[in-house]
Design a protein around this ligand. Structure first.
Ligand code: HEC
Length: 179
């Protein structure tokens, strides 16, 4: 009987205490949800979603126009579709110091054979002149400052000036014309 005493004490006294202190992660007992590194409050998630989408995406007006218009082809992160839609991330034309080049592309379209990152493209991008000067300025400012691009923002006045200067144009630009 004496030999059983120590193991019994261990089981009856020590075991419940160790489980209690080591494994206990019950809300409201020793820890709260806020202390839990994995738990995410639904309230905080709602706030993040309201701010910029659940994936943390930019909610600027340019980002919205990009998502609605350009991302269909150029994809959500501007990575394009190899061989079909060229990437805007890293695009020399999109990031051009001469902002009139991407403005002309959006206003009148772009066509002809081009080579980007070792891939050949020979598609036609339609004109998006139905977008307002403001929308084009915002979407190009977004493209020029996203996914590693860092070119100056575009203003609605710049878009208006190009629209006025190129109003007689009815065909898409080719790469040769923009170089
Ligand atoms: C229906 C598909 C489509 C949509 C929508 C579209 N594009 Fe394009 N875009 C193209 C294609 C195709 C090309 C390449 C044309 C070629 O092969 O010469 C292109 C080329 C470009 C280029 C030149 C890229 C480079 O490096 O040569 C820019 C800049 C551009 N698009 C911006 C935009 C912006 C900004 C929008 C949204 C307002 C947009 N595109 C919407 C299909 C599209």
């Amino acid at each position: 009987m004496k030999k059983l005493f120590l193991p019994l004490i261990l089981i009856i006294v020590v075991l419940p205490f160790t489980t209690l202190f080591s494994g206990c992660n019950v809300s409201g007992f020793f820890t709260t949800y806020e202390d839990d590194p994995v738990y995410e409050s639904p309230i905080a998630q709602d706030a993040a979603a309201a701010k910029g989408g659940a994936d943390g995406a930019d909610a600027s007006p340019g980002a919205t126009t990009f998502k609605q218009v350009c991302a269909t082809c150029h994809q959500a992160k501007g990575q394009g579709v190899p061989g079909t839609y060229p990437p805007l991330a890293g695009s020399a034309l999109a990031r051009n110091a001469d902002a009139t080049k991407p403005i002309r592309i959006v206003l009148h379209g772009f066509q002809g054979q081009i080579e980007r990152n070792g891939k050949t493209y020979n598609g036609v991008m339609a004109a998006w002149s139905q977008l307002t000067d403001q929308e084009i300025a915002e979407v190009l400012s977004y493209v020029r400052s996203s996914w590693g691009n860092s070119a100056a923002a575009v203003t609605p006045d710049e878009v208006k000036a190009v629209r006025d200067q190129t109003s007689g144009r009815s065909s898409a630009y080719t790469e040769a014309e923009l170089n």
